[in-house]
Each structure stands twice: as C-alpha cells, then as structure tokens.
Write a protein that binds this ligand. Structure first.
Ligand SMILES: [Zn+2]
Ligand SMILES: [Zn+2]
Length: 338
C-alpha cells in the first residue's frame, strides 16, 4: 500500500468531472457476485459465426480468411437500412433515423487467439486496418464520428468469444469524445498547449503510474482513473488518429499495446476482461488539431473474481467512486511480468 493519502477527490481533466478515491474502504466486507474465469477455446469452432468458412446469422458465408477479416455487422445498431420515415416524436422530444455503419473486425482466423497473444507485427497490421476504416467511414457525409472498441470477456457481455472488435460510425459524436474534443480545444486556447501532452508530461514527471514506455509511446494508469485497472496507451506525438504516423511510431505503439495486454493477462494469470476504446478525433469537419489520439482500457474487475458494480454514485449520480488507489494498481500491473 502506498504512503500518503488514499481518501480524496481527483479531477478528471478529459471528462471534466470529479472521481472520489476511497481506497481506505477497499477491504470492507463484501458479499457481492463473483466471476468465474473462462475456459479455454479451440482454434476453430464449427458453430462460430466469425470463424473462416462458416455461415453467419445473415446467411452470408465468411471467406476462408488468413489475416484480419472485416465485415458489416449483421445486427447493426446504426446502418444504411435504418427506417428513414421515423414516427414524429411527441411534444418537446426529438428523434431521427439511426444513420451510420457498423462493422466487425476479426483479429485473426484463430478462434482462440486474443489481442494480447497477437505478435507485434500483427498488431501493427491491425493499427493500419483501424486507420483505413476510420478514414473511409469518416469521409462519409453522414458520419460524425468513428468509435472502435472491443468488449473482452463474458463479464462485459461479449456475444461471440472469437477475438474481434467493433466499429460504430455514427451520425453523432459520442459524449466522451465530444467532451474530450471540447476541453482539448479550450485548454489549447487558454495555455497554448495540448491537454494530453500536459497529461503525459505530468505522468512522466510523477512516474508512479507508468506501466511501460518506449521512445514514442507510453502506457499508464491515469492519476484520475475511474476503474481500478484503467489504463491509457498513447503516442507521445499528438495525432488526431492513426494516420500520418512514422513506421517507428506504429511499431512502438504496437509494442506498448502488446506489453500492456500481456501485463493484464499476467496479473491474475487469466484472460483479463476489459472494454477497450480507441479515442479518435470526431469526423464532423471541425478543427481537431488539438485532439490527441489514445486507447483507453476500462477493466470491469477490481479483484480476480470481483466485479466493480456501478451503482448509486455512478449510475444514479454520474460520477465514479473508486475503491482503489491508481498508484497501487499501477504498481501491481507493472510487477505482473511481461
Ligand atoms: Zn470463431
Ligand atoms: Zn479518451
């Protein structure tokens, strides 16, 4: 346990909200629901809708793919076939068609090969795939933002265990990104500096929450973490997305991502569940030169078999109460061997 205070409030500069850190009550009696670890899966599953050569629910057969495989989601939440004659909203309410596009990205043909187990070169290929789809989808006039995310593990409700992520290209900017874009712009206007650069500088000067760092990428548990094992992976140079990176930057970032994921899996010697989200600048035509691309990991567990419940403060009030100290969790993650 770290020295010093473990009961305070910390400001989240990217979300503009307070986090209550109440780590002094971490070991309070708890009889909540526990989570079992997953069993191992085969390399190919004849019943999997994402495995090569198999039929999907739409009746379309997957090609016999060898690398990364991308296709339009068969159950899209936003899509080109959304009804355009939506019924008028009552009273003061508003509605509109759910325009956009949703895609699935399978990381590899192997049903049991997780992102953490991909080689650095394969992760680099994935970064290029994300970059290309962001550019293509973001160019569509109706698309204001491209959200790329992976839900990993049963505890975050993943519907198919075949390692994959999803792309939501929407006609609105997701709330967190909208806030990040705004505060980044405001910070630059007030200080002449990029907000995320200031975060990186502060994290490097402090050093206690850094998990891994190489010449152009960094992975750390942020000072203002909301989840126990929350982690950010970012390039050191400000880029609005994955475009325009040097070869070295791509490799360094893939390496940082790989190290972070391996530390996660090694922490409790189990596949570590998380929600991973790429924070790209919006594609709404605004000036987002101050937006600093990064990847955020939000793991739902706070102990090997214990879920962090979202309750009164989080669901009811909208702010997080953290039972753990980010410095302690970063130390645990750093010590989980790579
Ligand atoms: Zn599969
Ligand atoms: Zn972010």
């Amino acid at each position: 346990m770290s020295a010093g205070n473990n009961w305070e409030e910390r400001w989240h500069p990217l979300r503009e909200e307070w986090i209550i850190i109440a780590a002094h009550r971490q070991d309070r009696p708890w009889r909540g629901e526990t989570v079992s670890s997953q069993t191992s899966a085969p390399e190919y599953d004849p019943d999997c809708h994402f495995c090569p050569g198999n039929l999907r629910v739409s009746g379309i057969r997957n090609e016999d793919y060898r690398g990364i495989f991308v296709f339009d989601n068969d159950h899209p939440c936003v899509g080109p076939h959304t009804p355009h004659d939506v019924p008028p909203a009552p009273g003061i309410y508003r509605n509109r068609p759910a325009e956009g596009l949703a895609r699935i990205v399978c990381y590899s043909p192997k049903h049991n090969l997780t992102l953490a187990e991909l080689g650095v070169s394969a992760i680099e290929e994935l970064l290029k795939t994300w970059r290309d789809h962001y550019a293509e989808l973001g160019d569509r006039p109706e698309v204001k933002h491209v959200l790329v995310f992976e839900n990993k593990g049963e505890v975050v409700g993943v519907s198919n265990p075949h390692p994959h992520c999803q792309i939501y290209a929407t006609n609105f900017v997701f709330k967190t990104i909208e806030t990040e874009a705004r505060v980044s712009r405001e910070h630059f206007e007030q200080t002449g500096r990029v907000l995320f650069q200031d975060i990186i500088t502060t994290e490097r000067d402090d050093g206690r929450r850094i998990i891994y760092e190489n010449s152009s990428a960094i992975a750390f548990v942020p000072y203002f973490a909301r989840y126990a094992y929350e982690c950010y992976v970012a390039p050191k140079t400000t880029h609005f997305g994955l475009a325009g990176w040097s070869k070295g930057e791509l490799r360094d970032f893939a390496q940082a991502l790989k190290v972070m994921l391996v530390h996660y899996d090694n922490l409790w010697r189990m596949p570590f569940p998380y929600v991973m989200t790429l924070h790209h600048a919006p594609t709404d035509g605004g000036d987002h030169s101050t937006f600093h691309f990064h990847i955020e990991f939000h793991p739902p567990l706070r102990k090997p078999n214990l879920l962090k419940y979202l309750a009164g403060p989080e669901i009811g009030g909208g702010n997080f109460l953290s039972d753990t100290l980010p410095e302690d969790k970063a130390e645990e993650l750093r010590n989980a061997s790579s």
